[in-house]
Design a protein around this ligand. Structure first.
Ligand code: ZN
Length: 214
């Protein structure tokens, strides 16, 4: 009976892989599923106003489930794995390592509704892994923008116009800026943030997304 109870408890409390549902590794993402994420080459995906935009991987099956799990299904534990994937790619880039990390902010109402900013969770883990400093106060989102996926490039730019505001007093001096996001599509979000930072005289910027949709 005791044995039965223990195995029952094991079954209930053992962590299952969110992707393949197996529990043998007792983790939210088993090494098999993690290793199925493919990394991109170390080249910048795009350069905008002299800012390099890097994307760690592709937005394919497992990556989609990983990002959507954190973003929409409250699987906060998965932030660790997205951060791990990003930090491995980041370390291979061998950049200056002299950054403050800025997760793309959400509009306050949206963040309240969701309960958290998923990219902030990823950024926290990412900073632990890389030793970089987190800065969640430098840039605020002041416009409740429409979801971008239905819009074309021109509409995206219009949608994101004046969406962000920079509070320069929150800038950590002597550190460059590393903006991180989950999905890179046309780059409009990064562009809008870069423009706003440039307006405030901040020019040493790098952008980094977990995955590229194209
Ligand atoms: Zn798995």
């Amino acid at each position: 009976m005791k044995k039965f109870l223990i195995s029952l408890l094991d079954l209930i409390y053992k962590k299952r892989c969110y992707f393949c549902k197996k529990s043998y590794e007792n983790s939210f993402m088993c090494s098999n599923c993690y290793n199925s994420l493919n990394k991109n080459s170390l080249q910048a995906k795009m350069i905008y106003n002299n800012v390099n935009i890097f994307c760690a991987g592709k937005y394919e099956k497992t990556m989609q489930k990983l990002i959507r799990g954190i973003k929409y299904h409250k699987q906060k534990e998965l932030a660790f794995y997205q951060a791990k994937f990003m930090s491995e790619y980041y370390k291979n880039l061998k950049l200056t390592n002299n950054y403050q990390v800025i997760p793309v902010p959400l509009f306050s109402k949206r963040q309240k509704h969701r309960g958290y900013n998923h990219m902030e969770l990823v950024a926290e883990e990412f900073c632990k892994m890389t030793g970089l400093k987190l800065n969640t106060k430098l840039i605020k989102r002041i416009k409740d923008t429409k979801p971008q996926y239905k819009l074309n490039k021109k509409e995206r730019i219009e949608n994101l116009k004046d969406a962000f505001i920079v509070n320069k007093s929150e800038l950590f001096p002597n550190l460059d800026v590393l903006i991180i996001d989950d999905i890179f599509t046309t780059g409009s979000t990064f562009e809008s943030m870069i423009t706003e930072l440039n307006k405030n005289g901040i020019h040493n910027i790098t952008c980094f997304a977990a995955a590229t949709a194209n």
